[in-house]
Structures are given as structure tokens and as C-alpha cells.
Design a protein around this ligand. Structure first.
Ligand code: NDP
Ligand code: 2IT
Length: 448
């Protein structure tokens, strides 16, 4: 889709020119600016306040060396990042990703998306993201700890409970957050709510572990209900087998769906009897093994090498929960051909622009990442609130608030899609609703 609005089209050209080697960032900005065309037409005041130009440029980018010593005594050097993208509505907030594919363009796309996602949660959080090109696969606990300590030794001077509050993302879970929190506390000599996703014994929130996967299913259930459907009796395919995928599997099953497939970066399992989640949790959360081990104890299940083939499995609902661009146009066509009626994104930007076009063209209900996976950061926001008041809420209280937040996010997407003449296009609704709140704040605060 080409931009018809000249002003946005010129802006996108400048973004492409200025961020030439950052494909994922350009992809994310393109999608948002395309959705914002009707806003630019209706709101000349936001154009003259320079909100569009300012929102596509990070407020601050921090890149740093992360040196550490591996178990054999060899010095290793990784590259660390924190992109503080937008603080118009609250302190920077967003996860840390440790993955060999991490480079500036990945962190910028994630930080950019986080601005709108955090705005949609209704909580006061700005957008940020960070990480490193560190690969934790095959590393010992000691190596992971030394890496995390080195990473935090630099990061600690840039973050704070009212400034920037990181959390987890791919390969950053409870273990890594614990190591980083310990190092922060040691260097800064303060016990502050500076990271979320902490352990329950030191300020973590109940239900944060489950929040992204649960929230994804609450969003999806709202979206299905609004279109006369629900999870009940539906076949569900979920990619990934990490934090988001595991708790999405649990909640989708509780809501009456049957999850038949999961994956990791090597391949996917198909279990026609429905995934045995206790086995997956033991393999992935406790033993840190590969998903293919599942078939050793489940004779009816099959394992196939290569992760993209998971989208050839017939399903009613697809929940991509692994990584960016994991569903391309061809996979989306196969999903549609097999009767898939809904796609909701647990991962960030898992669908390519071509895939999204296929969903919209074929009337697939499409829940975009920044709305559908906002439950994780929403409960991070609730963890910040609990830390501030030095209290912790019950699981039921946090889960109840999460449910309400996911409903309000769906409602906002639905309403804005209708108000701007694109009923049922929840991607446009999410981009517009997320943008407008931040844009009003940026306009009110002057050119900063
Ligand atoms: P985890 O590290 O717990 O799990 C990631 C899963 O995705 C693993 O199964 C991993 O397989 C797979 N995966 C990762 N990279 C790739 C790749 N390049 N190709 C194929 N498979 C891959 O991460 P999370 O579950 O936390 O995150 C999953 C997605 O959800 C990410 O896109 C993240 O940004 C997003 N997200 C996470 C939130 C959270 O609260 N954790 C909140 C909102 C979004 P393998 O083990 O083989 O690497
Ligand atoms: O992409 C995301 O929203 C996350 N990885 C969670 C961020 C957070 O601050 O909890």
C-alpha cells in the first residue's frame, strides 16, 4: 500500500533514508504511518506540532560494550543496547532481548512498537527496548550470570524506577532478571522497582509470568466474541514454546480450545490429542531442552524439522508467539486455505506486511501484536504500582485487572477502527488509538 498523504509519504522517505540498514524498524514505521493517514488528514494540529516527525526518532540510543569471561577463561565481547524511544506519557518501559540476531534495527523496531502498546494499556508508561547480541544457548548458569552482571554494570547508569524500567523478552526470563537485579542493587545501593518480571521473593508481581500468554487469549476471546465466536471447540496452533507460548497454551485450553502444535527455532511438534503442557513446561522451563524431546514420551505426536511448516497445520486460530516475520504471505495463504479464521499475535511483528494483507483481504480476524500481546507490559505496569506502594496484590486481583485491561484494549481498537472508517481493521484501530494518546501528550508538552 502506497501512502497517498504527501506529508506522511515524504516523512517515510526520510525515515528510510536515515535508517537505511534497519529493515525491521522501517517495516514497523511503514505499517504505523500507513494506518495514521486518516489521522494526519483529520488532525492538522498534530502535523504542525511535528508529532509525526518526532515520534519516529528515538529520544536517546545507548550502545555499549559488554565484556565477560567464559568458562574456559576466554574473554568474550557482546554489544548491548537500550533505546529510550518516547517518554511522553511515562518512564521508558520495555523488555530486554538476548539473541544473536539482535542489532540496532531490531531494538528500534521493538522500542517503536512499545510506544503504542504501552499507550494502549491505559497505564502511564513510555516506550523503550534493549538487549544484546548474546546467545544464551549452550551457556552455563555461571556464564549467563557473568554476562548479565557485565550488561547491568553499564545499563544501571541509564535506568531508574522513574526513568526507565526494563523487563524480559526473548531469552530474558526470571533467571536473567534476577542476576541483573542483584547487580543493579549492588552497584546503585538501592532496592528499587527498576526491573519488572522479578522473582516473587523480591518485588515481583504474581501473574507476570503468565501475563503475556493469558492476555493474548483474553484479547483473542474478546475479538472472537465481538464476531460471534469463541475459543470453545476450536483447534489452535501456537508457535514458539517459550514464556508467551506456554501460557497462551494454558489459557487457550482453559477457554475450551485445543492446542495441537508448538515449535522452537529448530522445528515443530504436532499432537492431535492436544498438547500436554506439563511435559512442555518440564522440558522448556526446568530442563531447558529442545521441543523435539516431547515426542519421546508422546507416541501420537510427531516432530518436523524447520519451524515455518507449523503454519501448514489445519487450525481455526493461529497464535504466533515466537519472533518477528515468522508468518510470510505464503504461510498466511495456507492458513486461510485451511480455514483459519483468526490470527492474534503474541510475538512482536510476527506477520510480514504481505501476510497482513492476506488476513485483511480474506476477512481473517487479526489481532495485531501491539494490542494482543500488551498484557505482559500491562502487568509489568502493575508490578511498578505494587513496588511503589510496597504491597503485593493477589493473583486473582492482578489477573482480574489484566482481563479488564485486555478488554479495554480490544474495545479501543474496535472503536477507533470504526471512528476512522475501517471497521474490523483492528491493526488500524490499535495504531490510531495508541498513537493519539501519546500525540496529545507530545503536543501539550511542546517541542521537546
Ligand atoms: P522466550 O525466549 O521465552 O521464547 C521464545 C520462543 O520463540 C522459543 O521457543 C524460541 O525458540 C522461539 N524463537 C525465538 N527466536 C526465534 C527465531 N528467530 N526463529 C524461530 N523461533 C524463535 O521468549 P518469549 O516467549 O518471552 O517471547 C516470544 C515473543 O513474544 C517475542 O517476539 C517477544 O518479543 C514477544 N513478547 C514477549 C513478552 C513477554 O512478556 N515475555 C511480551 C510481549 C511480547 P528457541 O528456543 O529455539 O530459540
Ligand atoms: O514486548 C513486550 O511488551 C515485552 N517484552 C514486555 C515488556 C515489559 O516491560 O514487561
Amino acid at each position: 500500500m502506497a501512502l497517498k498523504n504527501q506529508y506522511l509519504s515524504d516523512l517515510l522517505s526520510r525515515v528510510k533514508q536515515r535508517n537505511r540498514a534497519e529493515d525491521e524498524f522501517i517495516q514497523a514505521v511503514t505499517e504505523v504511518l500507513e494506518s495514521l493517514e486518516p489521522v494526519a488528514e483529520k488532525r492538522p494540529d498534530l502535523v504542525s506540532a511535528g508529532v509525526f516527525e518526532r515520534i519516529v526518532e528515538p529520544e536517546r540510543v545507548i550502545m555499549f560494550r559488554v565484556p565477560w569471561v567464559d568458562d574456559s577463561g576466554k574473554v568474550q565481547v557482546n554489544r548491548g543496547f537500550r533505546v529510550q524511544f518516547n517518554s511522553a506519557i511515562g518512564p521508558y518501559k520495555g523488555g530486554l532481548r538476548f539473541h544473536p540476531t539482535v542489532y540496532l534495527g531490531i531494538i528500534k523496531f521493538l522500542g517503536f512498537e512499545q510506544i503504542f502498546k504501552n499507550s494502549l494499556t491505559t497505564l502511564p508508561m513510555g516506550g523503550g527496548k534493549g538487549g544484546a547480541d548474546f546467545d544464551p544457548k549452550g551457556k552455563s548458569d555461571g556464564e549467563v550470570m557473568r554476562f548479565c552482571q557485565s550488561f547491568m554494570t553499564e545499563l544501571c547508569r541509564h535506568i531508574g524506577s522513574d526513568l526507565d524500567v526494563p523487563a524480559g523478552d526473548i531469552n530474558v526470563g526470571g533467571r536473567e532478571i534476577g542476576f541483573m537485579y542483584g547487580q543493579y542493587k549492588r552497584i546503585r545501593n538501592e532496592f528499587a522497582g527498576v526491573l519488572t518480571g522479578k522473582g516473587l521473593t523480591f518485588g515481583g508481581s504474581l501473574a507476570r509470568t503468565e501475563a503475556t500468554g493469558y492476555g493474548l487469549c483474553y484479547f483473542t476471546e474478546n475479538m472472537l466474541n465481538a464476531n460471534g465466536s469463541s475459543f470453545k471447540g476450536k483447534t489452535v496452533v501456537i508457535s514458539g514454546s517459550g514464556n508467551v507460548a506456554i501460557y497462551a497454551t494454558q489459557k487457550a485450553t482453559e477457554l475450551g480450545g485445543k492446542v495441537v502444535a508448538l515449535s522452537d527455532s529448530n522445528g515443530y511438534i504436532y499432537d492431535p490429542d492436544g498438547i500436554d503442557l506439563d511435559c512442555v513446561k518440564q522440558l522448556k522451563e526446568v530442563e531447558r531442552k529442545r521441543i523435539k524431546e516431547y515426542v519421546a514420551t508422546h507416541p501420537n505426536a510427531t516432530y518436523t524439522e524447520g519451524c515455518n511448516g507449523i503454519w501448514t497445520i489445519k487450525c481455526d486460530i493461529a497464535l504466533p508467539c515466537a519472533t518477528q516475520n515468522e508468518i510470510d504471505g505464503a504461510s498466511a495463504e495456507i492458513l486461510v486455505k485451511n480455514g483459519c479464521k483468526a490470527v492474534a499475535e503474541g510475538a512482536n511483528m510476527p506477520s510480514t506486511p504481505e501476510a497482513i494483507e492476506v488476513y485483511l483481504k480474506n476477512g481473517v480476524y487479526y489481532g495485531p501484536a501491539k494490542a494482543a500481546n500488551a498484557g505482559g507490559v500491562a502487568v509489568s505496569g502493575l508490578e511498578m504500582s505494587q513496588n511503589s506502594e510496597r504491597l503485593s496484590w493477589t493473583f486473582e486481583e492482578v489477573d482480574g485487572k489484566l482481563k479488564d485491561i485486555m478488554k479495554s484494549i480490544f474495545d479501543a481498537c474496535d472503536e477507533k477502527s470504526k471512528e476512522f472508517g475501517l471497521p474490523g481493521n483492528y491493526m488500524a484501530g490499535a495504531n490510531i488509538a495508541g498513537f493519539l494518546k501519546v500525540a496529545e501528550a507530545m503536543k501539550a508538552q511542546g517541542v521537546v
